[in-house]
Design a binder for this molecule. Structure first.
Ligand code: GLU
Ligand code: MG
Length: 439
C-alpha cells in the first residue's frame, strides 16, 4: 500500500485521537457470520493503514462455535494475511468509549487481494454491475432480542407495544443516540413481535456501505445493551417455536438515475430490466440462502406464517414471500428470508450476482403471490427447510460459484457442511442454545 494510505492514516489517527480514541477495532466478518477483530492502538493506525495488520487465513474456516474445519484451499496453521482498515469508514464507537471501529479488507502478504475476502467480494460485484451501468441502494434491517444476563425478560410489553418503549425508554434512547453519534442515518426504531424484540432501520446506501453499517449497528446495539446490563441476540432463533430475528435486505437497482424497480412498463411499475434482475434473485433464492440464512438455526426461524419469507415467491407488500416488492416513491425489493447469522458482505454480493445473471438471461418473474402462501390451495415452493437443502442448491449454483470464485465458494461450502455435522441429531432447543449468543 502506498504513502497516500499512510498519510490518510495519520490524519485519521489525529481526528480519532482528538475524540479521545485510544484503540481502533479492525473487523471483518467470517464465513460463519461472526464479526472477528484485531485492535491496534490509535498511534499505530497509520502503520496499519500502510502495511496492514497480520492475521491468519484459518478464520475462513472457523465455525460458529469457534471450532475449525478445513477446505480444499484454506485451513491449517500456515500462512498469514494483512488486514487493511477502510479509513473512510473509521468512526469512534459511541457505546465503547475510547474505541473506534473500521471495517477491514484482507490482502495477501504480497499485496494482492486475498481471494476469499468477503468484503472485497461484495465490492467486486458492485464493480461488475457498475461496469454495466448499474448501481444500487441497499440497507439491512436489524432485529434483535434483549434479555437480562440471568435470562429474564426486561419487558413484558406486548408486540409493537408502546408499553415496551416505555419500559426500556432509557435504553432505546441510548441506542438511538449512539447510532446517530456514529453518523448512521436512523429511519425507525420499534418493538418487534417476539418477547423483548426490537428493530432498527437505517437509510439505504451503496451495498458495501450497507454491509458495513449493519456490522456497526449491531456492535453498537450490543455495546449499549451491555451498559444497561442487557444482552442482545441477533441470532435467527432465540426461542425455538417463536418468531426469530431476520436481517431483511432492501435493495433497489439504478441505471442513469432511474430506479429500475419503478422504471415503469411492468407489474406495479417495475421496469423490464428491474424485473429480470429480481427474476434472477428469485431463481437463485434457494442457493442464496446458504449465504443469507447460513446457520442450522436459520431453519428454525424460516417457517411459514412468521413473516420470515419461507416461500420461493414474490408479491407486492407480501410479508410471507421470500421476495417482497415495495412499490412507489422509494420502490425496492426486500429479501425477507435472510437472517442475522448472515455475513452481510456475502449475502449482498451474492444477491447482486444473481440479479445480474437474471438480466443476462432475460429472466421474468412468475405470477405474484398475494396473501399467506400457507393458506393457498396451490402454494408456491417452500424455500429450503434445512441448511443441507440450501447447501445442495449452493453447490449446484454455477452463478454463485463463478461470482465467489472457487477458493471462497469452497471455504463457504466447507463451513456450512461442518456446521451441519456439528449440529447433526441435536434438538432445536440445543441448536438455539448453542447459537443464541454467538451472532
Ligand atoms: N422477525 C421476522 C423475521 O424473522 C420479521 C418480522 C417483520 O416483518 O419485520 O424475519
Ligand atoms: Mg421487522
Amino acid at each position: 500500500m502506498d504513502e497516500q494510505q499512510a498519510a490518510q492514516g495519520r490524519l485519521t489517527a489525529a481526528r480519532l485521537s482528538a475524540e479521545e480514541v485510544v484503540g481502533v477495532a479492525l473487523s471483518w466478518v467470517d464465513n460463519a457470520g461472526i464479526a472477528r477483530v484485531k485492535g491496534v492502538p490509535v498511534r499505530r493506525l497509520a502503520e496499519a493503514a500502510q502495511h496492514g495488520v497480520g492475521m491468519s487465513p484459518v478464520f475462513d474456516v472457523f465455525l460458529v462455535d469457534d471450532s475449525v474445519t478445513t477446505s480444499r484451499w484454506l485451513g491449517g496453521p500456515g500462512g498469514d494475511l494483512r488486514l487493511f482498515p477502510d479509513l473512510d469508514r473509521a468512526v469512534p464507537l459511541a457505546a465503547q468509549p475510547g474505541w473506534a471501529w473500521a471495517p477491514a479488507d484482507r490482502y495477501r502478504q504480497d499485496g494482492t487481494p486475498h481471494p476469499a475476502c468477503q468484503r472485497r467480494f461484495a465490492r467486486r460485484m458492485v464493480d461488475r454491475a457498475e461496469a454495466r451501468g448499474l448501481s444500487f441502494q441497499a440497507a439491512y434491517e436489524v432485529e434483535w432480542v434483549v434479555q437480562r444476563p440471568d435470562g429474564s425478560d426486561p419487558t413484558d410489553g406486548p408486540a409493537y407495544g408502546l408499553h415496551r418503549l416505555t419500559d426500556l425508554s432509557d435504553y432505546l434512547r441510548d441506542v438511538l443516540q449512539a447510532l446517530e453519534a456514529e453518523h448512521l442515518d436512523v429511519l425507525q426504531i420499534h418493538p418487534e413481535y417476539a418477547t423483548g424484540q426490537f428493530e432498527v432501520s437505517v437509510a439505504a446506501e451503496d451495498p458495501v456501505g450497507a454491509a458495513d453499517s449493519t456490522v456497526l449497528v449491531r456492535e453498537t446495539v450490543r455495546g449499549v445493551s451491555a451498559r444497561h446490563d442487557l444482552r442482545a441476540s441477533f441470532a435467527p432463533s432465540v426461542q425455538p417455536g417463536s418468531v426469530g430475528n431476520g436481517a431483511h435486505l432492501h435493495l433497489s437497482a439504478w441505471r442513469d438515475g432511474v430506479n429500475l424497480m419503478a422504471a415503469g412498463g411492468g407489474r406495479h411499475g417495475l421496469g423490464k430490466e428491474g424485473e429480470a434482475f429480481l427474476g434472477g434473485i428469485l431463481a437463485e433464492l434457494p442457493a442464496l440462502l446458504a449465504l443469507g440464512a447460513p446457520s442450522v438455526a436459520s431453519y428454525l426461524r424460516l417457517v411459514p406464517s412468521q413473516w420470515a419469507g419461507a416461500y420461493q415467491c414474490w408479491g407486492l407488500e407480501n410479508r410471507e414471500a421470500g421476495l417482497r416488492l415495495i412499490a412507489g416513491r422509494s420502490a425496492n425489493a426486500e429479501i425477507k428470508c435472510f437472517d442475522g447469522a448472515a455475513n452481510p458482505y456475502l449475502a449482498i454480493g451474492g444477491v447482486i450476482a444473481a440479479g445480474l445473471a437474471g438480466i443476462d438471461a432475460g429472466a421474468a418473474l412468475p405470477e405474484e403471490v398475494l396473501g399467506d402462501p400457507a393458506h393457498l390451495a396451490d402454494p408456491p415452493p417452500r424455500l429450503p427447510q434445512s441448511l443441507g437443502e440450501s447447501l445442495a442448491a449452493f453447490e449446484a449454483s454455477d452463478v454463485l460459484r463463478e461470482a465467489l470464485g472457487d477458493i471462497l465458494h469452497e471455504a463457504i461450502r466447507a463451513v456450512r457442511q461442518a456446521e451441519i455435522d456439528l449440529f447433526a441429531g441435536r434438538t432445536p432447543e440445543d441448536v438455539t442454545a448453542a447459537t443464541r449468543w454467538r451472532y
